[in-house]
Design a protein around this ligand. Structure first.
Ligand code: FAD
Length: 403
């Protein structure tokens, strides 16, 4: 049996940051064959792609970090009927037809008749039924692949623009023109590759004896830190009670299709949100409008149910058809580069049960020196900088205990 002081599950940004902080006597078990997790970037011909655009949000960055990055004032549009309106929809209903605008305003007056018990009614309660039915429901149900009454009213956290607030968390955002992996390269390069076991996944975990069993043998630890999806980790520890709670841990997966074309488009947005169910992607992001390159480079994000089969070629054809329908490309555009990334899970379906189970689990496990952190370890929506901060603070706490 291999012994280590710190056993970390996952070599994504959270696991790598923690390992860098702990600095010694760690082993990372990584299911895939490389480090980076969702922060990987891909270099295909002249194009730089991420796992879907991975942007930094200004409030979380230090001034010194901002200097290394492109600073962009966000332009986001919504494809609505045959034109584009500004995002977010709820702040821009005056751009709808007069008739639609009036109906939205009438419903806005009646909004408080809804009890905000879940996300759908919460949105009705805040914005009124009509405007929510026109965009927020069809768009978000396309994104989450679930009915919005299955989600918690607060599930977006700070990522959802507050009512009556005209600014959002990413009005100005930051991007590394060489991709998100490049921005975090000092973290990933600090890893000792001989301490990472690739293609290694856990099968069961014995917390009492501090042993993780994997497809590559058993590992004994003093501290165990998980960054893999919470529900998988829970199952490995409590295989019996897992059956009772798994219904509360649903998520979608997202197929990201990155495409580089031979020429540029006349559309200047950074993002375009698409509720139209006949178009397979819910959003298209324009790397080239962010980095200012002269060839169109986009990523289309396609949400799928977690058990859905991913037909990459079929989805690619549908993306090209969708881009044409939205007049982003025409028949004269040629694809020069393309790559596919499956994020699974991508957006977890947060509800009060999942929140409670995760927080109880964390309280109990901390006493056993077992921690679960990161976007999926916490079963939450968080950003890369949130993950870095959480990993750094846990690293300090553990080091403090070992002084
Ligand atoms: C589509 C999309 C767009 C996003 N855009 C942004 C953005 O613009 N800005 C932003 O700040 N954040 C964004 N995020 C969030 C960001 O990607 C995450 O917050 C961050 O990458 C999470 O890092 P992590 O290390 O916690 O998880 P991950 O990157 O998921 O890393 C976990 C690692 O654990 C490994 N693993 C999983 N299971 C096992 C197992 N059983 N055994 C061993 N290893 C395992 C995985 O292979 C992976 O390497 C986005 C996320 C998605 C899905």
């Amino acid at each position: 049996m291999i012994k280590t002081k710190y056993l970390i599950i996952g070599a994504g940004l959270t696991g790598a940051t923690l390992a860098k902080c702990l600095g010694e006597d760690y082993i990372i078990l990584e299911k895939s064959n490389s480090v980076g997790g969702l922060c990987k970037s891909f270099y295909v011909k002249d194009f730089v792609f991420d796992c879907g655009g991975h942007f930094m949000h200004g409030f979380a960055l230090r001034e010194q970090q901002k200097e290394q990055l492109l600073q962009i004032k966000k332009i986001s549009k919504i494809a609505y009927k045959n034109h584009f309106i500004d995002y977010p929809f709820q702040n821009n209903i005056h751009q709808l037809s007069e008739k639609e605008y009036k109906r939205c305003m009438q419903d806005f007056e009646k909004r408080h008749k809804y009890k905000p018990l879940h996300l759908k009614n919460y949105l009705y309660y805040i914005y009124g039924k009509r405007s929510v039915d026109l965009f927020l429901i069809p768009y978000n149900e396309k994104l989450y692949c679930t009915k919005l009454n299955a989600l918690d009213k607060d599930c977006f956290g700070r990522f959802f623009p507050k009512p009556n607030e005209n600014k959002s968390y990413n009005d100005t955002f930051y991007y590394d023109a060489l991709g998100c992996e490049h921005f975090f390269s000092s973290t990933f390069h600090a890893l000792n590759m001989s301490k990472i076991i690739f293609n290694c996944f856990y099968t069961s975990i014995d917390v009492l004896h501090k042993i993780v069993y994997t497809n590559q043998g058993a590992f004994q630890y003093e501290y165990l830190i998980n960054t893999s999806p919470f529900i998988h980790f829970y199952k490995a520890i409590y295989s019996n009670s897992y059956k009772k709670i798994k219904k509360y841990f649903k998520a979608n997966k997202v197929l990201v299709i990155n495409i580089g074309f031979n020429k540029n488009t006349s559309i200047h947005s950074h993002w375009l949100y698409v509720k139209d169910p006949s178009i397979n992607f819910y959003r298209v992001g324009f790397y080239s409008n962010i980095t200012g390159t002269n060839k169109l480079s986009v990523y289309a994000e396609i949400a799928l149910k977690q058990n859905a089969h991913v037909h990459k070629k079929k989805q690619m054809q549908k993306v090209l058809t969708g881009l044409k329908k939205l007049n982003i490309i025409d028949d004269s555009f040629q694809v020069e580069a393309c790559n596919f990334v499956v994020c699974d899970p991508a957006y977890v379906h947060i509800n009060r049960h999942s929140n409670l189970i995760v927080s109880n689990f964390k309280n109990i496990m901390e006493k056993e020196q077992v921690y679960t952190i990161g976007r999926y370890g916490n079963w939450e929506y968080s950003s890369m900088i949130d993950n870095v901060k959480e990993a750094e603070s846990l690293g300090l706490k553990i080091k403090e205990q070992n002084k």
